[in-house]
Every structure is written in structure tokens, then in C-alpha cells.
Design a protein around this ligand. Structure first.
Ligand SMILES: NC(=O)c1ccc[n+]([C@@H]2O[C@H](COP(=O)([O-])OP(=O)(O)OC[C@H]3O[C@@H](n4cnc5c(N)ncnc54)[C@H](OP(=O)(O)O)[C@@H]3O)[C@@H](O)[C@H]2O)c1
Length: 254
């Protein structure tokens, strides 16, 4: 696919560039500073991509980048959610602008664009329930309103998925192509976390679920490279099993 990657200079974005190329995609990187991206990537990798400068809050420019480059897919990694429940970041503004751009470009090309967005573990459901984990660990709450926006889209306007990792750590700062990841592929689950560890603790009145959620949270650390690989591999086909879903991930190789 030809992928518009928004936020290619970030932790996740810069790893998505080599991952996407390794999986045979073409990359159009949408960044605020091409100089910054050039300084991060090996010269041979930078030469293989198209770079488009713009702000992720500029919906018209993003739509133009999609249509001018004939992109089939968009991955948005721009913006970083605020950690405290009262925190405010640019992420909701960026998210809305990207969604609007994808929706308008999809209408114009008469075909929904395949799109991956970043969320967080908190928007996944506590196992076998419809209660979000962020009810029990109330951090990074901005992902909730972003998910709400995706769910409010009329069907067949954007073929979206939202990747919802817990903490992601770097494996390395080598961004060569092909990628050589140290960790194995992620195990994924729709709407909830795979490989949840249950415990009697959950039966403690009121505090049981929050305690069990906190006990589990640390087990879900993955690497940035694993998450980049997950998205790049999924984009090999437009017919993804994760369409219209939040996706929880677990490092089964640990
Ligand atoms: N890192 C984690 O452990 C983790 C875990 C779960 C979920 N997430 C979510 O995953 C996403 C990516 O995380 P990350 O760690 O890769 O974030 P990051 O390293 O902070 O990267 C953010 C990217 O957004 C870009 N950006 C910010 N404002 C922009 C704007 N107005 N226009 C264009 N680009 C803009 C930054 O560009 P500049 O270089 O120009 O500043 C940077 O490339 C976030 O939504 C985060 O909440 C992260």
C-alpha cells in the first residue's frame, strides 16, 4: 500500500518508516520538520520515502497529501496523550483533524482509506465486560474521546483500527531496512487485552478490579518495534480482521 504516515519523527513514527518499507509499502511521511526526520533516519532509508511538511492540525493539508500522493492508507502517530486525568494535550485536536481529512479524502476518491490510529490500553475493556480499563486506572483519558469520534463515523467512511498498547519501550535506535526485531510478533486481541491474568483479588469489594488491573498493567509492556511491525504487517491486506476495532497487544515472547 501507499501509506501516509503522520508523525514520522516520533518514537513510534520513526520505527514505522523502516517497518512499512520492510513490508513492501511506499511511505509518504507527513512531518512538521523534514530536517528532523532526515537527521533521525539512515540516508538510504530517507531517500526511499516522500516527505511532506505540514502540521497535523491542518486537515486540508493532510487531505491534500493523501490525494496528491494517491495514498491507500493512513497511519496517525502524531500527538501524545496527556497522562493525568485532568491533563490536556493537542492530541484530540490532531486526531479530529486527521479523521476529518481521511473522511473527506475517502469521499473524494469514493473508497474508504484504510487507517490505523494510536490509542492506549485504557480504552480496552476489562475482560468479559463493557467497562473500559481507564475506569480503574484513570490515565491518558484523551484516548476515550478519540475512540468516540471514530465510533461516531458513519459506516464505510473510514476503515479504521485503533492500536491500544500499554507502555512501549525502544529495542534500538537502528532504523535500517530490512528491520531485524529482537522480540517476536505481538499476540493481539479485539477490544480487550489478550492473556489477562485472573486472580481472587477481583472479588475484593470496590477495589478488586482496580487492583487486578494495576497488577496486570505491567505485564503488557511491548516494544515500539513490535507495534510498528504489527501495523506494517496488517496493512499488507486491506481486508484486516481488526477493522472498526480497538486492539490490545501482548508480548508473547517474554
Ligand atoms: N510511547 C508509549 O509508550 C505509548 C503507549 C501507548 C500509547 N501511546 C500513544 O501512541 C502515540 C505515539 O506515541 P509516541 O511515543 O510515538 O509519541 P511521540 O514520540 O511524542 O511522537 C509524537 C509525534 O507527534 C508529532 N506531532 C505533535 N504535534 C504535531 C503537530 N501539531 N503536527 C504534526 N506533528 C505533530 C511529533 O512531531 P515533532 O517531532 O515535530 O514534535 C512527533 O512526531 C501517542 O498518541 C501516544 O499517546 C504511546
Amino acid at each position: 500500500m501507499k501509506v501516509l504516515l503522520i508523525g514520522a519523527t516520533g518514537n513510534m513514527g520513526v520505527r514505522l518508516v523502516p517497518a512499512l518499507l520492510t513490508h513492501g509499502h511506499s511511505v509518504v511521511a507527513y512531518v512538521r520538520s523534514s530536517d528532523k526526520l532526515e537527521s533521525l533516519l539512515p540516508a538510504a532509508v530517507y531517500r526511499r520515502i516522500i516527505v511532506f511538511q505540514g502540521d497535523a492540525t491542518d486537515s486540508t493539508k493532510i487531505k491534500g497529501a493523501i490525494l496528491d500522493n494517491n495514498c491507500d492508507a493512513v497511519v496517525n502517530t502524531a500527538g501524545l496523550a496527556a497522562l493525568p486525568p485532568w491533563g490536556k494535550s493537542d492530541l484530540p485536536l490532531i486526531f479530529r483533524s486527521v479523521v476529518n481529512a481521511i473522511r473527506d479524502a475517502s469521499t473524494e476518491r469514493k473508497k474508504p482509506l484504510r487507517s490505523w490510529f494510536m490509542g492506549g490500553m485504557g480504552v480496552l475493556y476489562y475482560p468479559r465486560s463493557k467497562t473500559m480499563l481507564s475506569k480503574y486506572i484513570p490515565i491518558y483519558l484523551e484516548h476515550r474521546q478519540n475512540l468516540q469520534l471514530l465510533k461516531s463515523l458513519p459506516p464505510d467512511t473510514v476503515d479504521w483500527s485503533m492500536l491500544c498498547p500499554a507502555t512501549m519501550v525502544p529495542e534500538s535506535s537502528n532504523f535500517d531496512v530490512p528491520t531485524r526485531n529482537l522480540h517476536g510478533e505481538l499476540v493481539a486481541g479485539a477490544e480487550t487485552l489478550p492473556a489477562w491474568q485472573d486472580s481472587w483479588v477481583k472479588h475484593i469489594p470496590l477495589m478488586g478490579r482496580p487492583i487486578l488491573s494495576a497488577m496486570n498493567a505491567g505485564r503488557y509492556t511491548t516494544t515500539l518495534e513490535q507495534n510498528a511491525e504489527f501495523i506494517a504487517k496488517d496493512l499488507e491486506s486491506h481486508a484486516s480482521q481488526w477493522m472498526g476495532m480497538t486492539v490490545g497487544v501482548f508480548d508473547g515472547s517474554k
